[in-house]
Design a binder for this molecule. Structure first.
Ligand SMILES: Cc1ncc(COP(=O)(O)O)c(C=O)c1O
Length: 432
């Protein structure tokens, strides 16, 4: 009977986006964008695209915003048996519930709902499937051994979600309301968060255009949903430095493009270069840009190097600047802030600057490249041992048998200390 129930609940629970709900709620035929402003048609536009995005945001701002007080909760009648923490695999298991909020061009954000985790039912003509109206966030809830649940800098995720959404004509959210709803959801699912260090609940806010149309234009309806997946430590047995293949035959992002937005459409094209790197014996690929071969990001992480200055010999921490070709990572920003607060007084110089692969190779040859690491929510930091580039190996400063440099180790300890609440910090958002 329970199997029957589980099946019933997961597959035949009233779908969130039925054909009917889309056609009645979303008024696809006569949405506010039935006649797109001329400036939205790129080939006719005399204005920069960003101005048209602005205009649209102003129209949307007049509609009802996210309202946490209208939240309704319907509990799962088939709560899962928890997966033992040591068996957790990233992104495989999900919690019992999901948070969903529909939006329409005529009514704004509708009442948020926490429901049992369930399939979405979307018409095959829904615009997300055809024109990639999708953006997402990746954030985590952490539990310490006293049971306190915390989010880490959720305001940064809210701001980035809005930044991504506005670029693809999807609606924005009020950051405070978004955080309140995510916190409520995380609180509700807290039994899924193991209290051991390194474990967390990965939260995946996802915003999609749901209008049923093959017409290319801004969606008249959207759905923001949040699902959650309990995850274990990225390095269950301690740091493992990775090797990278520098990719210059494919470009992830370019000035004026959308590489600084967290759009699903940015990720699928990255898989083949990653497979190529794996085929050549590397763990990940390093994205370069331009004839100069500027170093931008590693796989789906930001990238840092610790390097001694050629003239002064002083230690410097470098990462690529936010010039539109890299994602504004929450971890990147945290590493920069902590470095400015804690490393500068030890004599470090912190730089957001463009740097090239040949500068790294030269520093490695001179013995000035101290360490390199990626940063992201999943791992916090991921140390890099070597980079394959133009048929040679650039060694990144780690001695044989050493898996992480000093800066990477300290950054991980500092950031995790804040995430789990060992250190009281304004970046830590207590859920209850
Ligand atoms: C392309 C890309 N760069 C960088 C990052 C790191 O961002 P964050 O530190 O916010 O996780 C991510 C993480 O999702 C990413 O997808």
């Amino acid at each position: 009977m329970s199997a029957f129930f589980a099946n019933t609940v997961r597959s035949s629970y009233k779908p969130i986006m039925t054909r009917r709900s889309i056609s009645t709620r979303c008024a696809p035929k006569t949405s506010r964008i039935a006649k797109p402003p001329r400036a939205l048609v790129p080939c006719q536009s005399r204005r920069p695209y960003s101005q048209s995005i602005q205009a649209q945001e102003e129209a949307i701002a007049k509609l009802p915003g996210l309202d946490p007080s209208a939240l309704t909760i319907s509990h799962s009648i088939t709560p899962q048996v928890l997966t033992p923490p040591e068996e957790l695999v990233f992104g495989r298991a999900f919690t019992d519930h999901m948070l969903s909020i529909e939006w329409t061009a005529s009514s704004g954000w509708l009442a948020p709902r926490i429901t049992p985790y369930q399939n979405l039912s979307l018409d095959p003509a829904t615009c997300v499937f055809h024109y990639a109206f999708e953006c997402f966030e990746g954030m985590k809830a952490y539990k310490n051994n006293e049971g306190a649940v915390r989010l880490f800098r959720p305001d940064k995720n809210a701001a980035r979600l809005n930044n991504s959404a506005s670029r693809i004509a999807l609606p924005s959210v009020d950051a405070q309301a978004f955080i309140e709803l995510i916190a409520k959801f995380a609180e509700m699912e807290q039994r899924f968060i193991p209290a051991q260090r390194g474990f967390s609940l990965y939260l995946r806010p996802t915003l999609i255009g749901t209008q049923r149309t093959l017409g290319v234009g801004p969606p008249g309806s959207a759905l923001l949903y949040v699902i959650a997946s309990p995850v274990g430590p990225y390095y269950p047995t301690g740091f493992k430095a990775v090797s990278l293949e520098a990719t210059s035959y494919a470009v992830r992002a370019w000035p004026g493009g959308v590489g600084d937005k967290k759009l699903g459409a940015n990720y699928a094209p990255c898989i083949v270069p990653q497979l190529q790197a794996a085929k050549n014996g590397f763990h990940q690929n390093l994205w370069l840009f331009g004839e100069e071969e500027y170093v931008t990001e590693v796989g789906t992480m930001n990238f840092f190097v610790a390097i001694k200055d050629k003239e002064t010999g002083k230690p410097e921490l470098w990462t690529a600047p936010l010039d539109g070709t890299i994602l504004d990572g929450v971890t990147r920003d945290s590493v920069l802030d902590l470095a400015r607060e804690r490393l500068v007084k030890e004599g470090w110089i912190v730089k957001e600057k463009q740097f090239t692969m040949s500068e790294l190779a030269e520093a490695a040859d001179d013995g000035r490249l101290m360490e390199a690491f990626g940063t992201g929510t999943a791992a916090v930091v991921s140390p890099v041992r070597r980079i394959g580039w133009r048929g040679r190996m650039v060694e990144c400063g780690l001695k044989e048998g050493v898996e992480a440099g000093d800066v990477a180790k300290r950054m991980k300890a500092w950031i995790e200390g804040i995430q789990y609440g060992d250190e009281e910090h304004e970046w830590s958002y207590k859920v209850r």
